[in-house]
Design a protein around this ligand. Structure first.
Ligand code: GLU
Ligand code: ZN
Length: 287
């Protein structure tokens, strides 16, 4: 197994300082270990992904001094692989269609205990399970999302759910991270694995592609730490290996605020135009 890291940007905006940190860290780790550094373009959300942004990402990464293997994996070309996984989970009886709107979910999540704030998971409000009891239709409903029946999924898994963290969670957890069924039911719940317009959710596609690319170490921001809970469950359900994870600190602006996806003020392109060098960028992100 060759030590393999990856950087997996979504081409929905310019590459900014936070992305540059993630990409440089992944490439540095691969170089130190004499391993591979891969790039993957996460462009399944066709309503937001743009070829111009993708070209800009390649251009900025090359300017930063990075090299990567080609051809680059692009998620828009991977729908058959995602569909095969969904078919498998569906055949196992672990998926169900859900037609709840955001508003339905908020109302149902509030209902059981008046005044108790509803719980949030890696994907927003924890789904209250409204559509779980409805018998599955013979063919997919139009406009429905497909949710994972977490309770049923966990009952099919005998192995302990665990991953190795070499970075840290926002709370500083590191090392062996053990995921209990109780926590997964309460804090993650029945997450969405497929949407009508995208075919597969981020969670499903990222798990399938990390395995397909032979990624052994996933460096990414701490904001995705709890998403890893979902990824480990999916890896077990689909018989895929669990890579090691390295959740890194988030790059903040001078006010200590996390850089948002759309924080174009920190776009690498703008620093380039100002005359900054790749060494300046490394210094700015603390590498
Ligand atoms: N495509 C995701 C993003 O740009 C990153 C996914 C990951 O690193 O797992 O936020
Ligand atoms: Zn529903």
């Amino acid at each position: 197994m060759i030590f393999t890291t990856r950087f997996a940007p979504s081409p929905t905006g310019p590459l900014h300082l936070g992305h540059a940190y993630s990409a440089l860290l992944a490439a540095d780790m691969a170089r130190t270990a004499e391993g591979r550094f891969l790039l993957r373009v996460e462009d399944i959300d066709s309503s937001r992904a743009r070829p111009e942004w993708e070209d800009g990402i390649y251009d900025d990464l090359a300017w930063l001094g990075l090299t990567w293997e080609t051809p680059v994996m692009r998620q828009s070309g991977r729908l058959p692989a995602y569909r095969a996984a969904l078919t498998r989970l569906w055949a196992l009886g672990l998926l169900y269609p859900c037609t709840c709107s955001r508003r339905d979910i908020a109302a149902a999540a509030e209902a059981p205990q008046e005044g108790v704030p509803p719980a949030f998971g890696p994907d927003g409000l924890i789904y209250p399970g409204t559509c779980r009891q409805i018998p599955n239709p013979a063919s997919p409903l139009p406009n429905a999302v497909l949710r994972l029946n977490m309770a049923r999924a966990l009952r099919t898994l005998a192995d302990p759910l665990v991953f190795t963290e070499t970075g840290a969670s926002p709370e500083g957890e590191t090392g062996q991270i053990i995921l209990s069924h109780v926590m997964l039911l309460a804090d993650v719940g029945d997450i969405i694995l497929a949407r009508a317009e995208m075919g597969a959710s981020y969670h499903l596609s990222v798990v399938i592609d990390d395995a397909a690319q032979g990624v052994t170490l996933v460096p990414r921001g701490q904001d995705l730490f709890t998403a890893t809970y979902i990824h480990v469950v999916l890896q077990k359900l689909l018989g895929l290996p669990t890579p090691t994870y390295h959740h890194h600190r988030l790059i903040r602006d001078e006010n200590g605020k996390r850089l948002a996806k759309r924080d174009d003020a920190r776009a690498i392109r703008l620093y380039r135009d100002e005359g900054k060098t790749p060494a300046d960028i490394r210094a700015m992100v603390g590498l």
